[in-house]
Write a protein that binds this ligand. Structure first.
Ligand code: TZP
Ligand code: MG
Length: 218
């Protein structure tokens, strides 16, 4: 079973005017203690996604001296998860993939990324949690916990009750997402989530924000 850090930062390309802005944001998050990041780009432009993903992978590109078995990703200080796209995860040498209802099925993704990379699956209700629990997903996401303006056509809000119910239905690491801030994050963890995935509340002062999330969720 994997261990997911309390804060899972989401880097949504739509939030940045330039690649430099995006990279500065990521650098700040890492300085604030973030070790798990998801790259999310809903533009539909695969070339752009791959270019940005490769840039993201660069700073911690150092490979270990020992040779690893085939399919075992090199250990990087920062775990990078690709949203939606298993193919781009492999080409950009990311550490995992996160998929939802409109993407390849979890087992199809597993077939592409192999047994070692992380696979995350979005869920929005008890049926989806039970279904995803039976897959080889390494962690499940539940949400939106609160209302969010960061996602187009979000599913209905599940609230803290939705997190509690999810916790009862799976032993896999549970990542809560949607409208989570430093104000409400402790209540989300108290409801049974292992980690909070955040877009908006990291954008203004990412380093300070990440540090505060870690302090609050210790
Ligand atoms: N999936 C469910 S809610 C959401 C995603 C990608 C957006 C989360 O962003 P924010 O700004 O932290 O509410
Ligand atoms: Mg998706």
């Amino acid at each position: 079973m994997i261990s997911v850090p309390r804060l899972y930062g989401i880097v949504d390309a739509a939030c940045f005017a330039t690649m430099e802005d995006l990279m500065v944001f990521v650098g700040e998050l890492v300085a604030g203690g973030c070790t798990l990041l998801q790259y999310r780009n809903k533009s539909g432009n695969a070339r752009l996604m791959l270019g940005q993903a490769r840039e993201l992978r660069k700073p911690s590109r150092a490979k270990p001296a020992l040779s690893l078995p085939k399919g075992v990703p090199a250990p990087h200080g920062l775990k990078l998860i690709m949203n939606d796209r298993a193919d781009l995860c492999l080409v950009a040498e990311f550490d995992g993939v996160h998929v939802g209802r409109d993407d390849l099925l979890p087992e199809s993704v597993r077939g592409i990324i192999g047994p070692h990379r992380w696979l995350g699956v979005s869920t929005h209700n008890p049926e989806q949690i039970m279904e995803a629990d039976r897959t080889s997903a390494d962690y499940l996401a539940i949400g939106p916990v609160f209302s969010t303006s960061s996602k187009a056509r979000p599913d209905p809000v599940v609230g803290l009750e939705g997190v509690r119910r999810a916790r009862q239905l799976t032993r896999k690491p549970l990542v809560a997402i949607g409208g989570i801030t430093r104000e409400n994050a402790a209540s989300v963890i108290a409801a049974g989530a292992d980690s909070v995935a955040v877009i908006s509340d990291l954008l203004l002062g990412p380093r300070k924000s990440a540090e505060e999330f870690f302090r609050i969720l210790r």
